[in-house]
Every structure is written in C-alpha cells, then in structure tokens.
Design a protein. Structure first.
Lengths: 179, 160
C-alpha cells in the first residue's frame, strides 16, 4: 500500500479540466445523403517558421537552430456518396415491376478532422491559434486530394448504384436499372 | 512556413442514409490553477462549433424487413444512429487567454487537449439533443416520399 505519493507524482502538473458549459443547438438541417464510402487517412505535417537575423536592410541570415517547428499527426475521414435530395422527377421511371433510377453525381459529403484526431508530436516556439489552424486546414486539403487520387468518387458512385439496386429489389421491383 | 506531408490511406464501404444534421456550439472554459508549485493562474476561453450527422444503416433493409400487399408497403428500419461528429479546425477559436507573469501561454497541444474534452462532452450529449429522433422522423419522410414516387399508395414505416 502506498501511503506517500512518489517524488515524480508530487511534481506532476494537475490536469486542466474544462467546465461543463451548455451545448446550444444553432441549426437543424434535413438531409438525404447516401454515404457509401469512407477514406481513412493518417498524415504527418511538419511546419517550420524560419528564424532570421537581420544583418543589413533587406538582408537576413537564417539560424535554423532557433526555428519554430510544429509536427502534427492527423487522422481523418473523407466521406463520399450521393445526395439523394438532388433526385428529380425525371430521374425516376417506373412501369409495373420495372424501375429505372438515375442517381445524382457522387461527391465528397464530409471531411472529418476532429480535435481528437490530432496528436502534437513536437512543438517548438510559439504557435498561435491561426497558424495551427492553417496547418490543420492544409492537412485536410491534402486528405481530400489523396482521396480523389484514390478515385473515391467513382467508387462511391459504384457502391451507391449497388445499394440503390438492392433497395429497389427489396421493395418489390424485379427489373431494376440504376445509373 | 514550410510543410512536409506524408500519408497512409484506407477505404471502407458504408451504407448510411444521413437524414439529420445538427449544428451545435459550446464555450470551452478552463482555469489552470491546480498545480501547487506553479505561481499564478492561466485562464482560457474558446468557442467551438460542431456538426452532428445522424441517419440509418440502409444495409439493414432486406426483403425480410419488407411486406408488400399490392400498392401497400410495410417497411421495418433500424433505429437511427450518430453517423459523425465533425469539428473543423477553424471552428475551434480562441476567444480570450490570460496568464500570470510567471506562467507560459497555452501551447497548441494544450488548446487541442481542451478541445478534445469539449468533443467528448458533445458526443456524450447526443441522446439529450434529440438528433436521433429527428433522424428517424426525416428518414420516414424521405423513404415514404421516395416509395410514393415509385408508385406505392400506402407506406408504413416503423423502427426496430
């Protein structure tokens, strides 16, 4: 049984806990989005603010050992699918047990990079809120670009077609065409 | 600023119909005054906006969950679930910060740790916000309208 705290624990900083403040609902939106694929990414961002000493007007010497540096590891998700809210009357055709549906184009529906998705691997110097946001936004843009390179939209469209086809068969149609 | 990027990626199929989206806000308030050997307080106020999305898993709809009687259809859907919580980096903003003369400002890591606590509190509040009920109501509305456009006259939907 430990009666006294260890030396290490005595000098351990107390955790900072946020107050329990109310959560306010600002907007409620109706959606009809078919989410068919998620791309999970893990990206390392290393950003540096070079330290320079001015020697003459307009001339400065960089001293790299004094550079400010931040290294973030960011995990995130890119969700893609089709927005069924864009379906129009002309996109649906039925005749007895036959149905034909033309789905809207697949699109990126959400890009998720929550605070819990980020880990600060290294932070040297002062990084204000806006500078860190800029690094995180750059990381998010890279996530979208990578997902596009992985052909996320054609894959999302193909899965949406299969899902819609299965749904239409489940609700009784025998001849189903989805495009 | 110079940036270097490296990435790892994996793809996963989903079958969700997102039907409700709530935008919520929360003030993040913290006071760092509990460490005995640190002289003076540090206080921070941040604002946080989160977008919550709820909907239903469409893959759960199979022929055994559907009963058809001529132009009438009875559909059993799974209960709505939270699909995502999305707090964009630019939606967490520092509003105010103050520190005593012998204290350092909050680092980005410390600010992010506070935002993670807010994220957890928002996640835990999902049941009380009513988004799942709205998700089911909107799913009923959307699927009823869709099936009506497909030619059904009476659409009955229930959740199990």
């Amino acid at each position: 049984m430990k009666l006294l705290p260890s030396f290490k624990d005595i000098f351990k900083p107390a955790p900072i806990t946020i107050d329990s403040t109310p959560i306010l609902v600002k907007e409620i939106n109706n959606l009809s989005q078919l989410i068919t694929i998620t791309a999970y990414s893990e990206i390392v961002v290393d950003s540096v603010k070079p330290f320079k000493v001015p020697v003459f007007p307009g001339v400065s010497i960089p001293i790299h050992s004094f550079d400010d540096e931040i290294v973030l590891i960011g995990k995130g998700k890119v969700l893609a699918g089709v927005d069924l809210g864009k379906l129009q009357e002309k996109d649906i055709y039925t005749n007895d047990d036959s149905v034909s549906v033309t789905l809207p184009k697949a699109e990126i529906l959400q890009v998720i990079t929550n605070p819990s998705d980020f880990e600060t691997f290294n932070e040297k110097g002062n990084w204000n809120d806006n500078e860190v946001i800029a690094v995180k936004v750059k990381l998010r843009d890279k996530m979208i670009a990578d997902a596009m390179k992985q052909n996320i939209l054609p894959k999302a469209a193909a899965i949406a077609n299969v899902m819609m086809e299965n749904f239409l068969r489940s609700v009784g149609f025998k001849k189903v065409t989805v495009q | 600023m110079q940036d270097q990027l490296q990435q790892v990626m994996a793809l996963q199929q989903m079958n969700d119909l997102a039907t409700a989206q709530y935008v919520v806000t929360k003030i993040i308030k913290a006071n760092d005054n509990q460490t005995w050997y640190k002289v003076g307080d540090r206080k921070i106020l941040m604002s946080c906006k989160a977008t919550l999305t709820a909907g239903i898993d469409l893959s759960a709809i199979t022929p055994k969950n559907v009963q058809i009687d001529d132009k009438n259809i009875n559909l059993q859907l799974p209960h709505a679930k939270l699909i995502s919580i999305n707090i964009k980096p630019e939606d967490v903003e520092e509003v105010y910060e103050t520190e005593a003369p012998f204290r350092d400002p909050f680092t980005s890591e410390e600010r992010n740790a506070l935002a993670i606590q807010a994220e957890t509190q928002i996640k835990n509040s999902v049941d009380s916000l009513g988004i799942l009920e709205t998700g089911e109501k909107n799913a009923t509305l959307f699927i009823s309208n869709f099936l009506t456009r497909l030619g059904y006259q009476k659409v009955m939907i229930h959740f199990d």
